[in-house]
Design a protein around this ligand. Structure first.
Ligand code: PLP
Length: 448
């Protein structure tokens, strides 16, 4: 007897097919040839930035001092390790991160997520009542895609080089009219993935003022989730010191989500949230307990040790590496692709450049993409099936802009180039292949 399949929830049904980006990434990764193919799509940090020796030292120190790092290989508590929370607090106050004083932080709680910033974002989506989420366009597609599978409606607001355009945000909110009642939360990435655009201080103030006005007009608190995943990686010295959105927050709407993935190691899976105690924050703690009791305690203690002993030199060296890389790549982009570009953002913080071509399409179906993935059907370009010519992968802008937003047309001419994972030699080669791909695409366009 043939049985009907399991009955999945709406979220389960929507998740049973890989997202377009995951499908594209796995197809490329399945036969990736290290040393030959070049992956500018993957958001991995650079391997050389991960402090292996210091992490080894931290592990030994943690296990050698059970009086400080209690039961480090046992279960941890759901709000996070006491040591790590203190270390994060000291890290903030020592460096005056975001202009936050001890006084402000004393009025906030810090909690540790079960598995990186991602798990905190996921938890927030489960705890808040689904409705509309406002976010910048291009958007952090991984989270926005998840939100939509969970039943949220993401409404995006185009950004420029200074982050979400607050004038347009006001217009969008007005256009929503009574639908604004359905706003669930604002999700703002301060150094955006994919664009690398930095939300500047003026915009931060405007954003919180708009969020505050919205909450007051609706008569209820609207959470403003601030994702500061890349804020420890501002490597361009010309960028102004960034002020935390919490500084402007009168009603305790702001919850900042940070991560140690980018400055220490993604594998530690340490993400944290800073914000006022509230039923929301308590539910976030319960959620950690529900999904796995805590982040692995040993990792939290290692992270605490690293923050206490090595973070200053670690942050300096990571940023120095990305600064040098970004400066060289910026020149290559200008030299090799410049005449065809309408805009370039990023390269000042984190490890993304985001390119907008004037006329070249970058979609998965485009000649440009097919040239770089060696799927044109022309053997002179592709090489043989057994031994294709070197392939290059990037994230097409079509996956980064909201599919029903204002940037769909532009997104077709955009791409995210990650300079995190690959070394300079390969990145230069990849940009040269992109230059060739442009010539190929122009030829194909002329014939059509
Ligand atoms: C904007 C943004 N938020 C969150 C994350 C995930 O951080 P974590 O490794 O702590 O889960 C990333 C990772 O790429 C990111 O780009």
């Amino acid at each position: 007897m043939e049985l009907n399949d399991f009955t999945l929830s709406a979220y389960g049904r929507a998740s049973s097919m890989p997202s377009p980006v995951n499908r594209m990434m796995s197809a490329f990764a399945s036969d990736f040839r290290p040393g030959t193919d070049i992956n500018l799509g993957v958001g991995y940090v650079n391997e050389r930035t991960i402090p292996n020796q210091q992490i080894l030292e931290a592990l030994q120190a943690v296990l050698a001092r059970p009086e400080k790092y209690k039961a480090a290989l046992n279960y941890g508590g759901p709000s996070g390790s006491y040591n790590l929370i203190q270390s994060i607090k000291n890290y903030y106050t020592r460096n005056r991160l975001g202009g936050l004083t001890e006084d402000i932080l004393d009025r906030k709680e810090i909690i540790i997520g079960p598995s990186g910033a991602t798990s905190l974002l996921e938890a927030a989506a489960h705890i808040l009542e689904p409705g509309i989420v406002i976010s910048p366009d291009p958007m952090y597609y991984i989270y926005c895609n998840f939100l939509e599978r969970l039943g949220y409606q993401v409404v995006t607001v185009p950004e420029d080089h200074n982050g979400i355009r607050t004038g347009l945000l006001k217009t969008k909110l007005k256009q929503l009219g009574s639908a604004a009642e359905k706003i669930s939360f604002l999700y703002i990435v301060t150094i955006n993935n994919p664009t690398g655009s930095i939300l500047n201080n003026q915009r931060r103030e405007e954003l919180i003022s708009i969020g505050t006005g919205l909450a007051e007009s609706l008569g209820r608190k609207i959470p403003i989730l601030i994702d500061k995943a890349y804020e420890d990686l501002v490597h361009d010295p010309s960028v102004e010191p960034l002020t935390s959105c919490m500084v402007h927050d009168r009603h305790n709407l702001v919850y900042e989500i940070g991560t140690l993935s980018k400055i220490l190691s993604p594998a530690l899976r340490i993400g944290y949230m800073v914000g006022a105690d509230s039923p929301f924050l308590q539910a976030m703690i319960q959620k950690t307990s529900d999904v796995g009791f805590s982040a692995p305690l040993i990792n939290q203690e290692i992270a605490s040790y690293m923050l206490d002993h090595h973070i200053a030199s670690q942050t300096d060296s990571v940023n120095e590496g990305y600064r040098q890389k970004a400066a060289v790549i910026d020149r290559w982009i200008e030299q090799k692709l410049g005449p065809h570009l309408a805009d370039v953002s990023g390269g000042q913080a984190g490890f993304y450049f985001y390119l907008t071509f004037s006329a070249i399409e970058t979609t998965e179906k485009s000649a440009f993409f097919r040239y770089l993935t060696r799927t044109t059907g022309d053997q002179a370009i592709d090489g043989t099936t057994q031994n294709p010519n070197p392939r290059v992968l990037y994230v097409p802008g079509e996956f980064c802009v909201h599919p029903r937003g204002d940037m769909v047309a532009e997104g077709k001419r955009q791409l995210r180039l990650s300079y995190g994972f690959e070394e300079l030699e390969n990145i230069e080669k990849a940009i040269t292949y992109m230059q060739q791909a442009i010539e190929y695409a122009r030829g194909v366009q002329q014939k059509a």
